[in-house]
Design a protein around this ligand. Structure first.
Ligand SMILES: [Zn+2]
Length: 466
Protein backbone atom coordinates (compact mmCIF):
# COMPACT_ATOMS: atom_id res chain seq x y z
CA UNK A 1 0.00 0.00 0.00
CA UNK A 2 2.67 2.44 1.02
CA UNK A 3 4.68 1.49 -2.05
CA UNK A 4 1.77 2.23 -4.35
CA UNK A 5 1.02 5.55 -2.74
CA UNK A 6 4.52 6.91 -2.55
CA UNK A 7 4.98 7.85 -6.21
CA UNK A 8 1.68 9.70 -6.19
CA UNK A 9 2.43 11.81 -3.17
CA UNK A 10 6.05 12.37 -4.20
CA UNK A 11 5.44 13.39 -7.75
CA UNK A 12 1.92 14.64 -8.09
CA UNK A 13 0.90 15.94 -4.71
CA UNK A 14 4.10 17.19 -3.13
CA UNK A 15 2.30 19.84 -1.11
CA UNK A 16 -0.22 17.61 0.61
CA UNK A 17 0.40 16.11 3.98
CA UNK A 18 1.35 12.48 3.64
CA UNK A 19 1.11 11.62 7.32
CA UNK A 20 -1.71 9.16 6.65
CA UNK A 21 0.35 7.32 4.04
CA UNK A 22 3.45 6.93 6.13
CA UNK A 23 2.55 6.31 9.70
CA UNK A 24 5.50 4.00 10.30
CA UNK A 25 7.72 5.34 13.04
CA UNK A 26 10.54 7.56 11.87
CA UNK A 27 12.49 6.98 15.04
CA UNK A 28 15.75 5.25 14.39
CA UNK A 29 15.54 6.29 10.74
CA UNK A 30 16.99 9.73 11.22
CA UNK A 31 19.86 10.34 8.85
CA UNK A 32 22.76 11.19 11.14
CA UNK A 33 25.67 13.13 9.72
CA UNK A 34 28.13 11.27 11.95
CA UNK A 35 27.25 8.02 10.16
CA UNK A 36 27.79 9.26 6.59
CA UNK A 37 30.85 8.03 4.71
CA UNK A 38 32.67 11.15 3.73
CA UNK A 39 36.46 10.81 3.91
CA UNK A 40 37.89 14.28 4.56
CA UNK A 41 41.16 16.04 5.07
CA UNK A 42 42.80 14.18 2.26
CA UNK A 43 43.16 17.19 0.03
CA UNK A 44 46.69 18.00 1.25
CA UNK A 45 47.86 14.50 0.58
CA UNK A 46 46.10 14.28 -2.76
CA UNK A 47 47.14 17.68 -3.98
CA UNK A 48 50.80 16.97 -3.36
CA UNK A 49 50.34 13.62 -5.11
CA UNK A 50 48.70 15.36 -8.07
CA UNK A 51 51.34 18.01 -8.43
CA UNK A 52 54.39 15.85 -7.90
CA UNK A 53 53.40 12.75 -9.83
CA UNK A 54 51.11 13.67 -12.66
CA UNK A 55 51.21 17.44 -13.06
CA UNK A 56 47.41 17.27 -13.11
CA UNK A 57 45.96 20.78 -13.29
CA UNK A 58 43.34 21.46 -10.67
CA UNK A 59 40.34 23.76 -10.50
CA UNK A 60 38.02 25.18 -7.87
CA UNK A 61 35.42 22.40 -8.25
CA UNK A 62 38.14 19.73 -8.19
CA UNK A 63 39.54 21.05 -4.89
CA UNK A 64 36.11 21.53 -3.33
CA UNK A 65 34.98 18.03 -4.30
CA UNK A 66 38.08 16.46 -2.73
CA UNK A 67 37.91 18.68 0.37
CA UNK A 68 34.22 17.88 0.91
CA UNK A 69 34.74 14.14 0.56
CA UNK A 70 32.70 13.91 -2.65
CA UNK A 71 35.27 12.14 -4.82
CA UNK A 72 38.61 10.48 -4.32
CA UNK A 73 41.38 10.04 -6.86
CA UNK A 74 42.08 6.47 -7.99
CA UNK A 75 44.66 7.10 -10.74
CA UNK A 76 45.32 10.10 -13.02
CA UNK A 77 41.97 11.20 -14.47
CA UNK A 78 40.01 8.47 -12.65
CA UNK A 79 37.92 9.07 -9.54
CA UNK A 80 35.82 7.10 -7.11
CA UNK A 81 32.41 8.71 -6.65
CA UNK A 82 31.57 8.82 -2.93
CA UNK A 83 28.01 8.80 -1.52
CA UNK A 84 27.18 12.51 -1.87
CA UNK A 85 28.28 12.49 -5.51
CA UNK A 86 26.37 9.32 -6.28
CA UNK A 87 23.18 10.85 -4.87
CA UNK A 88 23.66 13.95 -6.99
CA UNK A 89 24.44 11.96 -10.16
CA UNK A 90 21.35 9.80 -9.58
CA UNK A 91 19.20 12.93 -9.42
CA UNK A 92 20.82 14.29 -12.53
CA UNK A 93 20.06 10.99 -14.29
CA UNK A 94 16.40 11.24 -13.21
CA UNK A 95 16.22 14.73 -14.69
CA UNK A 96 17.82 13.59 -17.96
CA UNK A 97 15.57 10.49 -18.14
CA UNK A 98 12.50 12.67 -17.71
CA UNK A 99 13.48 14.91 -20.63
CA UNK A 100 14.57 12.01 -22.85
CA UNK A 101 11.33 10.10 -22.22
CA UNK A 102 9.47 13.32 -23.01
CA UNK A 103 10.75 13.24 -26.60
CA UNK A 104 10.22 9.48 -27.00
CA UNK A 105 13.71 8.31 -26.02
CA UNK A 106 14.10 4.63 -25.09
CA UNK A 107 16.83 3.72 -22.64
CA UNK A 108 19.31 0.96 -23.46
CA UNK A 109 22.55 -0.20 -21.85
CA UNK A 110 25.15 -1.17 -24.45
CA UNK A 111 28.39 -3.01 -23.74
CA UNK A 112 31.48 -1.02 -22.84
CA UNK A 113 33.79 -3.63 -24.38
CA UNK A 114 33.67 -3.05 -28.16
CA UNK A 115 35.05 -5.52 -30.74
CA UNK A 116 37.74 -3.80 -32.83
CA UNK A 117 36.15 -4.97 -36.09
CA UNK A 118 33.29 -2.46 -35.76
CA UNK A 119 35.77 0.37 -35.28
CA UNK A 120 37.88 -0.87 -38.20
CA UNK A 121 34.77 -0.85 -40.39
CA UNK A 122 34.15 2.83 -39.66
CA UNK A 123 37.83 3.69 -40.01
CA UNK A 124 38.00 5.08 -36.48
CA UNK A 125 40.20 2.27 -35.06
CA UNK A 126 43.14 4.15 -36.61
CA UNK A 127 41.64 7.65 -36.56
CA UNK A 128 41.12 7.71 -32.77
CA UNK A 129 44.82 7.03 -32.16
CA UNK A 130 45.93 6.95 -28.55
CA UNK A 131 42.61 8.18 -27.16
CA UNK A 132 41.18 4.66 -27.41
CA UNK A 133 41.82 2.31 -24.51
CA UNK A 134 42.68 -0.91 -26.39
CA UNK A 135 42.95 -4.43 -25.08
CA UNK A 136 43.36 -7.99 -26.34
CA UNK A 137 41.39 -10.99 -25.07
CA UNK A 138 42.67 -14.54 -24.46
CA UNK A 139 41.78 -15.48 -28.06
CA UNK A 140 43.99 -12.70 -29.31
CA UNK A 141 41.01 -10.59 -30.43
CA UNK A 142 41.27 -6.80 -30.24
CA UNK A 143 38.79 -4.74 -28.24
CA UNK A 144 38.47 -1.20 -27.01
CA UNK A 145 36.64 0.40 -24.09
CA UNK A 146 33.90 2.52 -25.64
CA UNK A 147 34.45 6.29 -25.65
CA UNK A 148 31.25 6.69 -27.74
CA UNK A 149 28.88 4.22 -29.39
CA UNK A 150 28.05 5.18 -33.00
CA UNK A 151 29.53 1.94 -34.38
CA UNK A 152 28.01 -0.32 -31.75
CA UNK A 153 24.50 1.15 -31.84
CA UNK A 154 24.30 1.30 -35.66
CA UNK A 155 25.46 -2.30 -35.87
CA UNK A 156 22.87 -3.24 -33.23
CA UNK A 157 20.06 -1.57 -35.15
CA UNK A 158 21.03 -3.00 -38.55
CA UNK A 159 21.54 -6.54 -37.23
CA UNK A 160 18.07 -6.41 -35.68
CA UNK A 161 16.47 -6.01 -39.13
CA UNK A 162 15.01 -2.84 -40.64
CA UNK A 163 13.21 -0.10 -38.74
CA UNK A 164 9.56 0.30 -39.72
CA UNK A 165 7.88 3.66 -40.06
CA UNK A 166 5.76 3.20 -36.94
CA UNK A 167 8.96 3.02 -34.90
CA UNK A 168 10.21 6.31 -36.32
CA UNK A 169 11.82 8.38 -35.15
CA UNK A 170 13.79 5.78 -33.18
CA UNK A 171 15.65 7.41 -30.28
CA UNK A 172 17.95 5.14 -28.27
CA UNK A 173 19.98 6.47 -25.39
CA UNK A 174 22.02 5.30 -22.44
CA UNK A 175 23.81 6.76 -19.43
CA UNK A 176 26.94 4.68 -18.89
CA UNK A 177 30.63 4.93 -18.13
CA UNK A 178 32.81 5.91 -21.06
CA UNK A 179 36.58 5.74 -21.43
CA UNK A 180 38.99 8.10 -23.14
CA UNK A 181 42.75 8.08 -22.68
CA UNK A 182 43.08 11.84 -22.35
CA UNK A 183 46.63 13.10 -22.90
CA UNK A 184 46.22 15.61 -20.05
CA UNK A 185 43.41 14.77 -17.67
CA UNK A 186 42.70 17.77 -15.45
CA UNK A 187 40.19 19.62 -13.28
CA UNK A 188 38.84 16.47 -11.61
CA UNK A 189 35.61 15.27 -13.19
CA UNK A 190 35.74 17.98 -15.86
CA UNK A 191 38.37 16.26 -17.98
CA UNK A 192 38.76 12.70 -16.77
CA UNK A 193 39.61 9.40 -18.43
CA UNK A 194 36.63 7.44 -17.10
CA UNK A 195 33.33 9.32 -16.93
CA UNK A 196 29.55 9.12 -17.21
CA UNK A 197 28.08 10.17 -20.49
CA UNK A 198 24.52 10.26 -21.72
CA UNK A 199 24.65 9.36 -25.40
CA UNK A 200 21.62 9.25 -27.68
CA UNK A 201 21.41 7.96 -31.25
CA UNK A 202 18.46 8.76 -33.48
CA UNK A 203 17.21 7.15 -36.69
CA UNK A 204 14.84 8.73 -39.22
CA UNK A 205 13.77 7.93 -42.78
CA UNK A 206 14.31 11.37 -44.29
CA UNK A 207 16.60 14.33 -43.85
CA UNK A 208 13.62 16.52 -43.04
CA UNK A 209 12.40 14.20 -40.28
CA UNK A 210 15.94 13.86 -38.91
CA UNK A 211 16.25 17.62 -38.73
CA UNK A 212 13.03 17.84 -36.73
CA UNK A 213 14.35 15.18 -34.34
CA UNK A 214 17.60 17.14 -34.06
CA UNK A 215 15.72 20.25 -32.98
CA UNK A 216 13.63 18.34 -30.45
CA UNK A 217 16.71 16.85 -28.81
CA UNK A 218 18.38 20.29 -28.70
CA UNK A 219 15.27 21.68 -27.00
CA UNK A 220 15.33 18.85 -24.42
CA UNK A 221 18.99 19.66 -23.73
CA UNK A 222 18.14 23.32 -23.16
CA UNK A 223 15.38 22.22 -20.75
CA UNK A 224 17.85 20.11 -18.74
CA UNK A 225 20.44 22.89 -18.41
CA UNK A 226 17.75 25.46 -17.59
CA UNK A 227 16.30 23.19 -14.87
CA UNK A 228 19.76 23.24 -13.30
CA UNK A 229 19.77 27.03 -13.36
CA UNK A 230 22.82 27.18 -15.61
CA UNK A 231 23.71 30.14 -17.76
CA UNK A 232 24.67 28.12 -20.87
CA UNK A 233 25.18 29.07 -24.50
CA UNK A 234 24.44 26.94 -27.56
CA UNK A 235 27.11 27.45 -30.19
CA UNK A 236 27.71 26.23 -33.74
CA UNK A 237 30.50 23.71 -33.68
CA UNK A 238 32.86 21.66 -35.75
CA UNK A 239 31.86 18.03 -36.47
CA UNK A 240 35.41 16.74 -35.78
CA UNK A 241 36.13 13.02 -36.05
CA UNK A 242 32.48 12.06 -35.40
CA UNK A 243 31.59 13.48 -38.82
CA UNK A 244 28.24 14.74 -40.05
CA UNK A 245 26.51 17.84 -41.37
CA UNK A 246 25.42 20.07 -38.46
CA UNK A 247 26.73 20.27 -34.94
CA UNK A 248 26.14 22.38 -31.86
CA UNK A 249 27.87 22.54 -28.53
CA UNK A 250 26.25 23.53 -25.26
CA UNK A 251 28.88 25.50 -23.37
CA UNK A 252 29.11 26.82 -19.85
CA UNK A 253 31.13 30.07 -19.82
CA UNK A 254 33.93 29.62 -17.25
CA UNK A 255 37.47 30.94 -16.83
CA UNK A 256 38.94 27.41 -16.78
CA UNK A 257 37.09 26.50 -20.00
CA UNK A 258 39.23 24.95 -22.71
CA UNK A 259 37.02 25.99 -25.62
CA UNK A 260 37.16 29.50 -27.03
CA UNK A 261 33.79 30.94 -27.91
CA UNK A 262 32.72 34.02 -29.81
CA UNK A 263 29.46 35.52 -28.61
CA UNK A 264 27.41 38.38 -30.13
CA UNK A 265 25.96 40.71 -27.50
CA UNK A 266 23.65 42.14 -30.16
CA UNK A 267 21.64 39.15 -31.38
CA UNK A 268 22.83 36.25 -29.21
CA UNK A 269 24.68 34.48 -32.04
CA UNK A 270 27.55 32.36 -30.74
CA UNK A 271 30.11 29.99 -32.22
CA UNK A 272 33.19 28.02 -31.32
CA UNK A 273 36.27 29.92 -32.57
CA UNK A 274 37.32 26.83 -34.55
CA UNK A 275 34.26 26.99 -36.79
CA UNK A 276 34.78 30.62 -37.96
CA UNK A 277 37.05 31.85 -40.70
CA UNK A 278 40.39 32.97 -39.22
CA UNK A 279 40.30 36.62 -38.35
CA UNK A 280 36.54 36.91 -38.54
CA UNK A 281 35.33 38.91 -35.55
CA UNK A 282 32.05 40.38 -36.82
CA UNK A 283 28.70 38.68 -36.20
CA UNK A 284 27.61 36.94 -39.41
CA UNK A 285 23.96 37.76 -38.75
CA UNK A 286 23.98 41.34 -37.35
CA UNK A 287 27.58 42.52 -37.98
CA UNK A 288 28.18 43.52 -34.33
CA UNK A 289 31.69 42.93 -32.97
CA UNK A 290 31.92 39.45 -31.40
CA UNK A 291 33.37 39.06 -27.91
CA UNK A 292 35.53 36.13 -26.92
CA UNK A 293 34.91 34.00 -23.82
CA UNK A 294 36.02 30.57 -22.59
CA UNK A 295 33.63 27.69 -22.10
CA UNK A 296 33.32 24.16 -20.71
CA UNK A 297 31.51 21.87 -23.15
CA UNK A 298 28.63 20.14 -21.35
CA UNK A 299 26.66 18.85 -24.33
CA UNK A 300 27.25 18.17 -28.00
CA UNK A 301 24.78 17.40 -30.78
CA UNK A 302 25.52 16.10 -34.29
CA UNK A 303 23.29 15.62 -37.27
CA UNK A 304 25.23 12.73 -38.81
CA UNK A 305 23.33 12.06 -42.02
CA UNK A 306 24.03 8.55 -43.36
CA UNK A 307 27.72 8.22 -42.50
CA UNK A 308 27.35 5.29 -40.07
CA UNK A 309 24.04 3.87 -41.36
CA UNK A 310 25.67 3.50 -44.79
CA UNK A 311 28.71 1.65 -43.39
CA UNK A 312 26.65 -0.71 -41.24
CA UNK A 313 23.67 -0.90 -43.59
CA UNK A 314 20.98 0.40 -41.25
CA UNK A 315 17.77 0.94 -43.23
CA UNK A 316 14.40 2.48 -42.44
CA UNK A 317 11.07 2.11 -44.21
CA UNK A 318 8.89 5.17 -44.66
CA UNK A 319 5.08 5.09 -44.56
CA UNK A 320 4.97 3.97 -48.24
CA UNK A 321 7.23 0.99 -47.34
CA UNK A 322 10.03 2.56 -49.35
CA UNK A 323 13.49 1.73 -47.94
CA UNK A 324 15.98 4.46 -46.99
CA UNK A 325 19.42 4.37 -45.47
CA UNK A 326 18.66 5.74 -42.00
CA UNK A 327 19.35 9.43 -41.32
CA UNK A 328 21.11 9.55 -37.98
CA UNK A 329 21.88 11.97 -35.21
CA UNK A 330 24.02 11.54 -32.12
CA UNK A 331 23.84 13.57 -28.96
CA UNK A 332 25.99 13.61 -25.83
CA UNK A 333 25.89 15.08 -22.36
CA UNK A 334 28.94 14.58 -20.17
CA UNK A 335 27.01 13.71 -17.03
CA UNK A 336 29.83 13.68 -14.48
CA UNK A 337 31.43 16.67 -16.21
CA UNK A 338 28.11 18.54 -16.08
CA UNK A 339 27.97 18.02 -12.32
CA UNK A 340 31.54 19.26 -11.79
CA UNK A 341 31.15 22.14 -14.27
CA UNK A 342 28.00 23.27 -12.43
CA UNK A 343 29.93 23.36 -9.16
CA UNK A 344 32.75 25.18 -10.95
CA UNK A 345 30.52 28.05 -12.10
CA UNK A 346 28.14 28.22 -9.12
CA UNK A 347 30.52 27.76 -6.15
CA UNK A 348 32.75 30.22 -4.36
CA UNK A 349 36.35 29.36 -3.40
CA UNK A 350 35.15 28.31 0.07
CA UNK A 351 31.60 27.05 -0.37
CA UNK A 352 30.02 24.55 -2.72
CA UNK A 353 26.81 25.64 -4.44
CA UNK A 354 24.87 22.81 -6.09
CA UNK A 355 22.15 23.33 -8.64
CA UNK A 356 19.31 23.09 -6.08
CA UNK A 357 17.49 20.28 -7.87
CA UNK A 358 20.45 17.89 -7.74
CA UNK A 359 21.94 18.70 -4.33
CA UNK A 360 22.73 15.37 -2.62
CA UNK A 361 20.60 16.34 0.40
CA UNK A 362 18.25 19.31 0.49
CA UNK A 363 18.31 20.14 4.21
CA UNK A 364 20.83 20.04 7.04
CA UNK A 365 19.28 20.38 10.49
CA UNK A 366 21.59 21.58 13.23
CA UNK A 367 20.67 20.99 16.90
CA UNK A 368 22.35 22.88 19.76
CA UNK A 369 25.72 22.04 21.25
CA UNK A 370 25.71 19.63 24.16
CA UNK A 371 26.18 21.43 27.47
CA UNK A 372 25.34 24.84 25.99
CA UNK A 373 22.66 27.17 27.41
CA UNK A 374 20.21 26.11 24.71
CA UNK A 375 21.02 22.39 24.89
CA UNK A 376 17.48 21.47 25.95
CA UNK A 377 16.37 22.44 22.43
CA UNK A 378 17.96 19.13 21.30
CA UNK A 379 14.60 17.40 21.85
CA UNK A 380 12.87 20.11 19.82
CA UNK A 381 15.31 19.41 16.99
CA UNK A 382 14.55 15.69 16.98
CA UNK A 383 10.79 16.19 17.03
CA UNK A 384 11.10 18.83 14.30
CA UNK A 385 13.11 16.40 12.16
CA UNK A 386 10.44 13.72 12.57
CA UNK A 387 7.63 16.16 11.85
CA UNK A 388 9.27 17.36 8.63
CA UNK A 389 9.68 13.89 7.19
CA UNK A 390 6.10 13.05 8.12
CA UNK A 391 4.57 16.24 6.74
CA UNK A 392 6.79 16.90 3.71
CA UNK A 393 7.13 13.52 2.08
CA UNK A 394 9.26 14.87 -0.79
CA UNK A 395 11.98 15.50 1.79
CA UNK A 396 12.11 11.93 3.11
CA UNK A 397 15.72 10.83 2.84
CA UNK A 398 16.71 14.44 2.08
CA UNK A 399 17.38 15.77 5.59
CA UNK A 400 20.64 15.27 7.38
CA UNK A 401 20.69 15.74 11.16
CA UNK A 402 24.11 17.10 12.15
CA UNK A 403 24.35 15.15 15.40
CA UNK A 404 27.95 16.14 16.15
CA UNK A 405 26.74 18.03 19.19
CA UNK A 406 30.26 18.39 20.62
CA UNK A 407 30.74 21.14 18.02
CA UNK A 408 29.30 24.64 18.25
CA UNK A 409 26.37 25.63 16.07
CA UNK A 410 28.58 28.21 14.34
CA UNK A 411 31.19 25.66 13.33
CA UNK A 412 28.57 23.28 11.96
CA UNK A 413 26.79 26.08 10.06
CA UNK A 414 30.09 27.01 8.45
CA UNK A 415 30.69 23.43 7.42
CA UNK A 416 27.13 23.03 6.11
CA UNK A 417 27.78 26.07 3.93
CA UNK A 418 30.97 24.48 2.62
CA UNK A 419 29.01 21.31 1.77
CA UNK A 420 26.40 23.43 0.01
CA UNK A 421 23.15 22.04 1.51
CA UNK A 422 20.54 24.30 -0.11
CA UNK A 423 18.73 24.77 3.24
CA UNK A 424 20.21 24.81 6.73
CA UNK A 425 17.80 24.82 9.67
CA UNK A 426 19.30 25.90 12.98
CA UNK A 427 17.62 24.85 16.23
CA UNK A 428 19.22 27.24 18.69
CA UNK A 429 18.28 29.54 21.54
CA UNK A 430 15.18 30.90 19.78
CA UNK A 431 13.76 27.36 19.57
CA UNK A 432 13.15 27.56 23.34
CA UNK A 433 10.97 30.64 23.02
CA UNK A 434 7.21 30.31 23.13
CA UNK A 435 6.28 29.80 20.32
CA UNK A 436 9.61 28.41 19.06
CA UNK A 437 11.44 30.13 16.20
CA UNK A 438 13.88 28.48 13.80
CA UNK A 439 16.65 30.00 11.73
CA UNK A 440 16.46 28.96 8.08
CA UNK A 441 19.42 29.70 5.81
CA UNK A 442 18.82 29.46 2.06
CA UNK A 443 22.34 28.85 0.77
CA UNK A 444 21.88 29.56 -2.95
CA UNK A 445 19.70 32.64 -2.41
CA UNK A 446 21.98 33.88 0.40
CA UNK A 447 18.97 34.55 2.65
CA UNK A 448 18.33 34.01 6.35
CA UNK A 449 14.77 33.80 7.70
CA UNK A 450 13.34 33.20 11.16
CA UNK A 451 10.23 31.01 10.96
CA UNK A 452 7.70 29.41 13.27
CA UNK A 453 7.25 25.64 13.17
CA UNK A 454 4.27 25.92 10.80
CA UNK A 455 6.04 28.55 8.72
CA UNK A 456 9.05 26.27 8.38
CA UNK A 457 6.95 23.28 7.29
CA UNK A 458 5.13 25.41 4.71
CA UNK A 459 8.43 26.76 3.46
CA UNK A 460 9.95 23.29 3.10
CA UNK A 461 6.92 22.10 1.11
CA UNK A 462 8.01 24.48 -1.66
CA UNK A 463 11.43 22.81 -2.04
CA UNK A 464 11.74 21.14 -5.45
CA UNK A 465 12.92 17.54 -5.23
CA UNK A 466 13.54 15.15 -8.10
ZN1 LIG B 1 24.75 39.32 -33.90
Amino acid sequence: MVRLLRPCCRLLLPNLSCRSHHNDSAKGKRLLLSRLYQPRNIWEEQSSHLESKSNERTSKSHKLMIRAGLIQSSSPGCFHFLPYTVRSIEKLIRLIDKEMHGIGGQKVDLTSLHPADLWRQSGRWDLMGKELFRLVDRHNQDYCLGPTHEEVVTHLVSSGGSIYHKQLPLLLYQITRKFRDEPRPCFGLIRSREFYMKDMYTFDATEEAAFQTYNEVCQAYSNIFSALGLNFVKVQADTGNIGGKISHEFQLPATIGEDRLLVCQGCGFSANVETLQPGERDCPSCKEKLTETKGIEIGHTFYLGTKYSHIFNATCYDSQAKPFVAEMGCYGIGVSRLLAASLEVLSTEDDIHWPGLIAPYQVCLIPPKKGSKESEAALVAESLYDEIIHSVCGLRGEIVLDDRNNLTIGKRVKEAQMMGYPFVVVVGRKALENPPVFEVRSHNAGEVQFLSREGLIDFLKTVQVI
